[in-house]
Design a binder for this molecule. Structure first.
Ligand SMILES: C[S@@+](CC[C@H](N)C(=O)[O-])C[C@H]1O[C@@H](n2cnc3c(N)ncnc32)[C@H](O)[C@@H]1O
Length: 265
């Protein structure tokens, strides 16, 4: 964990909960887009593994579809919310572990694995995680990963305007750095790595076969998460565009996030 993260206290007030902060309509729609893809691969009776589970929203959604799920979540503040939300659900097993600690799962082999909303952008060594993950998956098992894109069309356009106006070229290339701190919650910053698509492929390709890539947040700007509640009809129209554009070859890599679907070789 980054030194700054050590200072973050897990004892925050309920008003600071992650679900409240990310509970806008746009984030709900984006989660629905992710779940639509996940639902294509996740079937009743399976046991899945989630990396960076947050408060367990997707895990709960999976249990409602008859799926058992082991959730890894390393941040103490987030893990406390995960436990509070899921401790009475027998099909969810929560573990306070990073993605880099897959070896701590012992010899358990899962039917599928996923990670949503950029949890794997908190991991520097993706190849290490891909190799360890492969050890815990059956042959043919699906892996559905939603990561930040390296390029985001909206950020580039807004950064261009701001950068030119303020003569601040850094605004243009917010994601073009290897590592930066991103605020997950006021007062809680985590190290974030914007992996290139080729780096993601290099990490997973040797042991996983790429099945599909879907862009998310192409039409809805990143700040739209907040604005969507004020103009829902307009943003819902953008959301429909997002779903239509998500599989477009040129566009999917310009969204805020991209969903990568692999199967274990
Ligand atoms: C933006 S949140 C997404 C949470 C959840 N997946 C969701 O969809 O709401 C990113 C999550 O990644 C977790 N995380 C941070 N470092 C991690 C690591 N090294 N391995 C796995 N998860 C990590 C954070 O604690 C946080 O819960």
């Amino acid at each position: 964990m980054h030194p700054q993260e050590q200072k973050n206290s897990p004892n925050r007030s309920p008003g600071d909960s992650y679900d409240q902060r990310t509970g806008s309509k746009a984030s709900y729609w984006q989660r629905q887009q992710f779940q639509k893809v996940l639902g294509h691969y996740a079937h009743p009776g399976m046991h899945w593994l989630e990396l960076g589970a947050g408060t367990g929203t997707d895990a709960l959604w999976l249990t409602n579809r008859g799926i058992e799920i082991t959730c890894m979540e390393p941040h103490p503040w987030m893990f406390a919310q995960l436990q509070a939300k899921t401790s009475d659900v027998a099909a969810i097993h929560a573990l306070p572990l990073k993605a880099e600690q897959l070896d701590d799962l012992g010899k358990h082999v899962f039917d599928g694995a996923f990670s949503n909303f950029a949890a794997l952008n908190c991991v520097e060594n993706l190849s290490g995680v891909a190799q360890a993950l492969a050890e815990h998956l059956k042959v043919g098992a699906p892996v559905v990963l939603c990561l930040f894109n390296r390029l985001c069309g909206w950020e580039l356009a807004l950064g261009l305007l701001q950068g030119l106006a303020q003569r601040n070229p850094e605004r243009l290339w917010r994601r073009q750095v290897h590592q930066r701190l991103v605020e997950m919650q006021p007062g809680i910053e985590i190290s974030t790595f914007y992996h290139q698509p080729r780096e993601i492929m290099q990490a997973f390709e040797p042991l996983f076969r790429l099945e599909a890539r879907v862009g998310m947040g192409i039409a809805i700007p990143p700040a739209g998460w907040i604005l969507a509640d004020r103009a829902p009809a307009f943003f819902q129209a953008l959301n429909h565009l997002d779903m239509a554009w998500g599989k477009g070859l040129g566009l999917r890599s310009l969204g805020d996030h991209q969903i990568w679907c692999f199967t274990r070789r």
